[in-house]
Design a protein around this ligand. Sequence first.
Ligand SMILES: C[S@@+](CC[C@H](N)C(=O)[O-])C[C@H]1O[C@@H](n2cnc3c(N)ncnc32)[C@H](O)[C@@H]1O
Length: 357
Amino acid sequence: MSNAHMRGAAPMEGRGAYNANSALQAAGGAVGVPLMEAAAASIAIDEGDRPVVCADYGSSEGRNSLVPLGAAVRVLRRRFGPERAIIVAHTDLPGNDFSTLFEVVDSSAESYARDDKNVFPSAIGRSFFLPLLPPGHVDLGWSSYAAQWLSRNPATLPGHIFARASKGEAASAFARQAKTDWETFLSLRAKELRRGGRLVVIMPAPDEAGLHPSAVLFDCAEDALQEMIAGGAITAHEREGMIILSYPRLPAELLAPFGPEGQFAGLKPNHCAHVPLGDVAWTQYEHDRDTAALAARRAAFFRATFAPSLARALDRASEERTNIAFLTRLEAGVRRRLLDRLSPTVNFVTTLLLEKT
Ligand SMILES: C[S@@+](CC[C@H](N)C(=O)[O-])C[C@H]1O[C@@H](n2cnc3c(N)ncnc32)[C@H](O)[C@@H]1O
């Protein structure tokens, strides 16, 4: 396996593509908004005028961060008045499209910063498996649909692109990696949080039977990749390195590090739930009965969220033209296959509210 094959997740597709095709993630994040409001209402903040610090871990292009952070800022304003400085630090991988994020934060009607001159948006381009902010610096953390991405690929996955669908030895290697990554993420965030601070984490989850709602998309993508090998668009070796390192988790997996004492690295879970989500794309389909449009929406979601991770295994991954040609061909292949495999999907999220004790 080459080094490229050992890399972790890739950022989402840029130039606004993720923002335009992440309605599913927006719906999942919405489930966490009341938790974020409760967290903002209960963080311990000393008197004085130091800025209140909010961190957004894995922001992508920012659109889906506006509602939860806006909700938090409103609660903080009620508690501390209009003059208190609030810093919002959006963090993501260095290759993330931060230009789009800043434009969205600056100009979106939904932005928490739009009419508030005392909110200071900023961004940090570094993996969340590394320290991102100084110890004891963060009052309130938010991370939605991000911490399920693994830091590295610990095994080859012949015949599969989705890590959680692996079997046998590979499945054990991915489970170990997921455990290590989650503990690393928690330990780092615990260090960054002030005492009395809160962190809300939203993660995609399998259903109760362990099945993955996006499995049909992955099946279609695997077929489309085979067709691309047969047509010479990619090589079998490139295909071998294509893995989606997203590892959705059930509440028991997220709570495992806390053990019977309910503590890990100074963090204590105050709430954890497994919540079903409505299928936004299907609801639209019930309205317009446009099969092609539904397949296109599902395929565009797949492209913006998962396909960039697959493109990393291309021999010429650094060439923009090669990347875009790959994403476009794969999206078309997925869309075509989806046309006769469309059905409503129940997605799930696991929600977690943690307190730094
Ligand atoms: C599906 S997007 C979620 C974006 C947004 N929070 C939302 O709810 O729509 C996942 C984000 O996690 C980021 N990500 C994945 N691994 C990461 C890592 N190790 N460090 C920082 N960000 C990471 C990706 O770059 C991507 O922007």
